[in-house]
Design a binder for this molecule. Structure first.
Ligand code: ATP
Ligand code: MG
Length: 610
């Protein structure tokens, strides 16, 4: 953990008024100040990204601010990205601005279309859109690719060279590293630093034209090798790398460095507030240096973008680094990027987490100058607060044992009789209607609802005790059946007449225990995937430990259970509350009407480690 890190005092959701908590957000203060001071009154935006001339010829910008979410398409988005997404799109929404979705695809090696598609899908899933009206009232898609700016970036590089602001360095990578110095030692100038602009231009063009092998030289900014900020010690701008790019193919064999490309991308898109995470703080002086020089040369439109840094969001019990998530997938510790244990957005969606809950959790953290650790339980709290008011109820038995009603035929006249029962689909949402199910002579109940010799305070089934079948009758337990190994194979009980829920006098027999159940004649056999925290410790990748050793072996358990018949035809992705067990979702990938699969989203209350 860096000195920036701390556990933030994040407000927990309060069912009655979660929205009343106004998280502090220093970025809002900056934007409000800028808007109050009538900032950038004459900002132009041509309707598409471009250089100074392009925007100067365009109309005034209809957006009061412009922000962007700039993912690199080299992996799937995770919960940390949701923070950046909600911050950037949220600020644009709140201040009459527009947020761009920009793929930062300047690195040819690890980027793929698969990731581009998945990222777009998840930003939309979180509820954001990147189209908005331009100055002429036309609908414009603010979806951009940094690789579309390669021509401009190269032109800017030639400009810097021509001004003596950049040079081609032919030192080996080892020499460059050694000559960079460190925090206490100034760097040493490269022997190639004082070549003329003409010489450098020739060499830059040779680099571009493929005249030199990969890694043999780089283009560097000429700033100050003695700067106390190491990022200003002549940072690299371009490298030679023969690699096929997913957008530009083999057109280029030189590629811009991220620190060079990013400020240019922002400026070409007329971004006003470029929001990034804290680790880029030391890059800001170079960001400003670069855009200022290019604006002076008439290449970039003024006003120039400004970078602001905020603290990352970390969630306990998971890791949020693409590299580590990739390792989990590639080494098969999980079943893919969308494994419901993963903190990827595709994984969380499959797990049944709602965009509303993720957004509420992320927005509750505001924006600050410290990296925050958010308790996983806080996310679960927002989930429950969201699902409680939406999810229909149902009974499900997760660890089934048979319950035989010995006097069933006596009471109802025949073993074939089915006694109709019903319950509201949701206690507070009558519009969701009524669930129907029925009693028969054999039911499925939870194995833990019977004990031969119960401890004190146990109110469910044991010989001689009475309990209520939820929405049904009071029953009196008479004993159980066992196999040769003394395993309990069935629980035995008798119905108590005239105690059916909802009928007059049903409460005459007082009981303390309530039993959830599913009729054996109509229960739907289902696969249940019971998920829990991915890691056993809150900060699995802190310190020197190997986070893989802290994987929670109990994070996924698969069991077979039974569902009440109201769930016979639910669509994949339907969320329900299994009474007393928690929230579940029909798996969006594997669930079929004839072979149901439900994932556990979260329990009814926090029970981790209990
Ligand atoms: P990772 O470190 O997991 O590889 P990244 O930052 O390299 O993530 P990008 O695709 O570059 O991945 O991220 C896109 C945006 O999301 C960046 O602006 C980045 O700062 C932001 N972001 C990434 N992780 C977090 C986080 N944990 N909290 C807040 N913002 C984040
Ligand atoms: Mg990054």
């Amino acid at each position: 953990m860096s000195s920036h890190d701390k556990t933030a005092g994040v407000p927990t959701p309060d069912k009655t008024d979660a929205s009343a908590v106004k998280p502090s957000n220093f970025l809002r203060a900056i934007i409000e100040r800028d808007l109050e001071q009538g900032f950038q009154p004459a900002r132009h935006f041509a309707g598409s990204p471009g250089d100074a001339a392009h925007h100067a010829a365009g109309p005034l910008d209809p957006a009061r601010i412009r922000t962007r979410f700039p993912p690199e398409p080299n992996g799937y988005l995770h919960i940390g990205h949701a923070k950046s997404i909600c911050l950037n799109f949220g600020l644009a929404r709140d201040y009459g601005g527009i947020c761009h979705l920009r793929f930062d695809d300047t690195n040819p090696e690890k980027e793929e279309q698969e990731y581009v598609d998945a990222i777009k899908e998840m930003v939309a899933w979180l509820g954001w859109t990147w189209d908005a009206k331009d100055g002429a009232g036309r609908e414009v898609d603010h979806l951009f690719y940094a690789s579309d700016y390669f021509d401009f970036m190269y032109r800017a590089a030639e400009y810097l060279v021509s001004q003596g602001l950049a040079y081609v360095d032919e030192q080996t990578p080892e020499e460059m590293r050694a000559n960079r110095g460190d925090f206490g030692t100034p760097g040493k100038n490269s022997p190639f630093r004082d070549r003329s602009p003409e010489d450098n231009l020739t060499r830059l063009r040779e680099m571009r034209d493929g005249k030199h092998p990969d890694g043999s030289m780089v283009l560097r900014a000429k700033i100050d090798m003695a700067s106390p900020n190491i990022n200003l010690r002549d940072p690299a701008l371009y490298r030679i790398r023969r690699a096929t790019h997913h957008n530009t193919g083999d057109r280029w064999c030189i590629y811009p460095m991220y620190t060079y490309a990013h400020p240019i991308e922002d400026a070409l898109e007329c971004i006003t507030h470029s929001v990034c995470t804290l680790e880029f703080e030391d890059q800001r002086p170079f960001y400003d240096w670069l855009v200022e020089h290019l604006a002076q040369g008439g290449l970039l439109a003024r006003p120039l973008p400004h970078q602001y840094e905020f603290g990352r969001l970390n969630l306990t019990y998971v890791v949020t680094s693409k590299r580590k998530l990739r390792q989990l997938v590639e080494e098969k510790h999980v079943d893919g990027w969308d494994d419901p244990r993963m903190p990827t957005l595709v994984g969380m969606r499959r797990r049944g987490y709602t965009p509303e809950a993720i957004r509420a959790m992320v927005e509750s953290t505001g924006a600050s100058k410290t990296n925050a650790w958010i308790e996983y339980a806080v996310l679960d709290g927002y989930l429950r607060a969201d699902l409680e008011g939406k999810a229909a109820r149902a009974m499900a038995v997760l660890d089934p044992v048979k319950l035989k009603l010995e006097n069933y035929a006596e009471i109802f006249g025949s073993l074939e009789h089915r006694e109709a029962c019903s319950a509201p689909a949701h206690p507070h949402l009558p519009e969701l209607g009524t669930r129907h199910f029925s009693l028969g002579p054999e039911l499925w109940i939870e194995r833990e609802d019977f004990m031969e010799t119960p401890p004190k305070g146990y109110h469910r089934l044991f010989p001689g005790n009475k309990a209520r079948l939820k929405y049904g009758y009071v029953i009196e337990c008479t004993g159980c059946e066992k196999d040769a190994d003394s395993n309990i194979t069935a629980v035995l009980a008798r119905l108590v007449p005239d105690t059916k829920s909802g009928t007059p006098g049903a409460d005459a027999v007082k009981v303390k225990g309530v039993i959830t159940w599913v009729g054996a004649h109509e229960g739907i056999a289902t696969e249940l995937r019971l998920y829990d925290r991915l890691f056993t410790e809150a900060q699995p990748d802190a310190g020197e430990r190997n986070f893989l050793e802290l994987l929670n072996p109990q994070a996924k358990r698969v069991v077979q259970g039974y569902l009440e018949p109201s769930l016979s035809a639910v669509a994949p992705d339907t969320k329900v509350q299994f009474e007393r067990h928690g929230y579940f979702v029909a798996d969006r990938v594997d669930h079929r009407a004839d072979a149901p699969v439900f994932n556990k989203i979260t329990g009814l209350k926090d029970s981790f480690g209990k």
